[in-house]
Design a protein around this ligand. Sequence first.
Ligand code: NAG
Ligand code: NAG
Ligand code: NAG
Length: 381
Amino acid sequence: MASSCYCLQWLLFVQALLVVAASSDSCHFPAIFNFGDSNSDTGGLSAAFGAAPPPHGESFFGKPASRYCDGRLLIDFIASSLGLPFLSAYLNSIGTNFSHGANFATAGSTIRQPYATLTESGFSPISMDVQTWEFSQFKSRSQALIQQGLFKDQLPKEEYFSQALYTIDIGQNDLTEGYFRNWTTDEVKSAIPDILDKFVLAIQSIYWEGGRYFWIHNTGPFGCLPYVLDRLTLKAPEVDRFGCGTPFNHVAQLFNRKLNQTLSQLRKDLPLGVFTYVDIYSVKRELLSHAHQHGFELPLVACCGHGGKYNYNINIGCGSTVTKNGKEVMVGKACQNPSKRIIWDGVHYTDTANKWIFQQIMDGKFSDPPIPLRLACKVKA
Ligand SMILES: *[C@@H]1O[C@H](CO)[C@@H](O)[C@H](O)[C@H]1NC(C)=O
Ligand SMILES: *[C@@H]1O[C@H](CO)[C@@H](O)[C@H](O)[C@H]1NC(C)=O
Ligand SMILES: *[C@@H]1O[C@H](CO)[C@@H](O)[C@H](O)[C@H]1NC(C)=O
């Protein structure tokens, strides 16, 4: 099954490349504005609610880098490949440089407003609507400052807002939030239309601020992640031959089909927008299903964590410590070789896995329309 999907994707991709080749000058993306959750948070949650502790960041940055990862996220690979610096979190108030964009994502963000506080639910109060309000503040204040001749070398130029790439990776937490509230799969499914209605409002507000080029990741197979397998499979125990929770992945796929339809509608409603739908689900699913073939081991086991079948324990997370004889001892430890692992801390992917995923998506093979990242400003493939 997986191989025939791949094959079809290749055909569409080659066909599209031939068409795009005629107009293949790379787009000029002088900035990136990102919206999302922990999959693309480069410092938002850490700025407001406490820094991600070691060993986060150890593989690439050599120290915690306000990311829930041992190194780089997909958004970091996207920025680098466009020749841009890593994005500063909008909420980071010092030492930040927004001249090539800003990141509004925070770990735990949902599209809809969360139902409870961060401490009660684990979901960030900075939902997608809040992120777009922050963005519109950022745009108006930065432009007002530049007009006064201030902070020119730290803020984006006015024209960057219409030339930028707007990247979005959000939705996973809206689905898991339902499950964590003890909803049934049917109840989670029935929330999807409203979740996507709120998603549309957020996209429209970015568009009205002048955003044009949208690069939108669908949601991953969260039924393969330790935090879901460990906490939720008692309620929905069905697993597939790879050990992933079937109902969760079905919900993710349903969300993705509806997201894809939503983008078709947005292309009609916002005719100056260019929307690229990126099928992250299929790429992550392939990686987790054929880990060994792609150079990885123990696909469903967290590298950094503590105990159990998945090396995951919600109470003893990656980097957590206990005090023994007056000394801090780390109990949420990292594995020997994170570069051989896919899952970092039970929720997020490792630096190497993110790099692999980026290499799959960058040339457009998993996009609709199937055009490469560097051409994501072109109206038609
Ligand atoms: C911010 O980054 C840009 C591009 O990397 C650079 O030209 C500018 O000098 C930086 N601003 C500050 C204040 O460091
Ligand atoms: C979900 O059910 C569990 C076990 O019955 C309970 O402990 C927990 O409080 C419930 N969660 C919510 C958000 O209602
Ligand atoms: C998204 O929808 C379009 C039709 O608008 C369809 O051609 C395409 O195959 C869908 N993409 C995915 C990945 O499901």
